[in-house]
Design a protein around this ligand. Structure first.
Ligand code: ATP
Length: 200
């Protein structure tokens, strides 16, 4: 059975931290491919100003094109209504019904998983893969993982790798302060940001 990794995020902008965890997930779980899904109108970031979804989609497209087995989907950016993860997973399952889906997220998502819509359905449709993230207490994180597994009766895959201390927030702040971000993201994305004068 084929194994597909699904990596959802705001990707505002996509950076090397994202690409790195996708690479490690693909390698260690033996995934056939990873589909990056930039969010359209993210329910979790309603109060934040988020860059236009098509621009974020284009950045992801530019970032993944040189990596084998990395793809991008415009499923969520094309939707007019809020994008809920369980709906996206239902759509992917329909399109790839003989595949096993691995949904990749950073550790921060596990902490607020209870606020997501229809978690039991999410865990029915995919295996949840969570990554360690800098700044998170590993012991607390593992306790949260255990609690979540007991609550929903599903196993969660935890990948503990070296983690890059990069976030989209750091990148946006640096650009606003006229600092270079070329060491944090692929050069194509850096060029795209400059060309479109983003985050100024
Ligand atoms: P922001 O700073 O705007 O909140 P972000 O850098 O967290 O953005 P998102 O697009 O929100 O990026 O992240 C998508 C997923 O990638 C999330 O599950 C997040 O935890 C994870 N992630 C982002 N950066 C890293 C990193 N450096 N290491 C591990 N996981 C990461």
């Amino acid at each position: 059975m084929k194994k597909i990794g699904v990596f959802g995020g705001t990707f505002d902008p996509i950076h090397l931290g994202h690409l790195y965890i996708a690479y490690e997930a693909k390698r260690t779980l033996g995934l056939d491919k990873i589909i990056f899904i930039p969010s359209g109108n993210p329910p979790h970031k309603q109060n934040k100003k988020v860059t236009d979804s098509y621009l974020r989609y284009e950045m992801v497209k530019n970032a993944v094109k040189e990596y084998e087995g990395f793809e991008v989907s415009d499923y969520e950016v094309k939707k007019r209504e809020k994008s809920y993860t369980y709906k996206t997973l239902e759509h992917l399952k329909e399109e790839n019904n003989q595949c096993e889906i691995y949904f990749i997220t950073g550790g921060d998502c596990l902490i607020d998983l209870h606020t997501w819509n229809n978690v039991p359905r999410i865990l029915e449709l995919c295996k949840l893969v969570v990554f360690n993230r800098p700044g998170h207490n590993k012991k607390e994180f593992l306790e949260e993982k255990k609690r979540t597994e007991l609550k929903y009766g599903k196993e969660i895959i935890y990948l503990d790798f070296l983690s890059l201390e990069i976030s989209s927030t750091i990148i946006r702040d640096r650009i606003r302060n006229n600092l270079s971000v070329q060491f944090f993201l692929p050069s194509e994305v850096d060029k795209f940001i400059k060309k479109n004068n983003l985050y100024k």
